[in-house]
Design a binder for this molecule. Structure first.
Ligand SMILES: Nc1ncnc2c1ncn2[C@@H]1O[C@H](COP(=O)(O)OP(=O)(O)OP(=O)(O)O)[C@@H](O)[C@H]1O
Length: 256
């Protein structure tokens, strides 16, 4: 598999806190790469640096060989890298279908938040997007009326409307009810795999990681402490003790 995104020697400190302390990582085309690690390890910082929201003090990030650092977030989106945030970024007073149409319109350079559904091409594409995510039953609900799992899917659908080749997701299942979590994850994985999208996602639930990740990167104090397939990384005693919170002899459980 070829390298899509390559981070080299990333370094960023906030005062005395080293949020990135020599990050080297290649993201491979079409893989699902999970990022796990304790709070404050620098996971979100990596996503922020890769999408133009933060600039490292040293190092480089290339996407298909092109330097990403110094580019504005919207120009990075145009290159094919989209993201979702820990908190969904939907227009809460608009319906799910309007939100999807707004995202399609924004991709086409039309930024009016008024009546994106009046354009048949935008509406059709928005409906197709919602269909793929199983969201048509929610099409006419306002975003602020959705449960968290549906809201997360709608938010990620908006990122997918950008037609990314690489999607970075910050905690796609945070706040989702335990009973809904696997259904949300299965939908997400199916849509992204069908579209050939490479995914990098920060995740605290190890069941989710084990279910959909091809590789797992373990973050610790601004560094990558371990990297490999989930069956190897998640059974590592140090990862179990320091990241997952399992003591010897205990059954595995999802971290908070
Ligand atoms: N803009 C900022 N200004 C100051 N400190 C920051 C900033 N962004 C991140 N930090 C600090 O950098 C460290 C890494 O933060 P980051 O959000 O990347 O961690 P994380 O692994 O994503 O944590 P969590 O799992 O809690 O979301 C933390 O100590 C955080 O407080």
């Amino acid at each position: 598999m070829s390298v899509l995104l390559s981070a080299q020697d990333l370094w960023l400190a906030f005062g005395g806190v080293k949020a990135a302390d020599g990050i080297n990582l290649d993201v491979l085309e079409r893989e699902f790469l999970a990022i796990i690690g304790p709070n404050g390890a620098g996971k979100t910082t990596f996503i922020n640096m890769s999408t133009g929201y933060l600039r490292p003090q040293a190092g480089s990030i290339t996407y298909r060989g092109r330097q990403v650092l110094g580019m504005k977030p919207r120009d990075i989106v145009r290159m094919g890298i989209a993201r979702s945030f820990q908190l969904p970024q939907l227009f809460t007073e608009h319906t799910v279908l309007e939100n999807a149409a707004l995202a399609v319109a924004a991709r086409e350079g039309v930024f009016s938040i008024f009546r994106p559904l009046l354009r048949p091409a935008f509406r059709e594409e928005a409906e197709d997007l919602l269909n793929r995510f199983g969201l048509m039953p929610n099409a006419h609900q306002r975003a602020d009326a959705l449960n968290e799992g549906t809201r997360k899917l709608a938010d990620i659908a908006m990122a997918v409307a950008m037609r990314p080749q690489l999607l970075l997701m910050d905690e796609p299942t945070s706040g989702v009810a335990a009973a809904d979590k696997m259904a949300v994850v299965e939908t997400l994985a199916r849509v992204l795999r069908d579209a050939g999208v490479t995914a990098v996602f920060v995740e605290h639930d190890m069941d989710v990681v084990a279910r959909i990740a091809d590789r797992v990167a373990v973050w610790g104090q601004g560094r990558i402490a371990a990297l490999g397939p989930p069956e190897q990384v998640l059974s590592d005693p140090v990862v179990q003790r320091e990241v997952i919170g399992i003591r010897p002899g205990e059954a595995p459980h999802a971290a908070a």
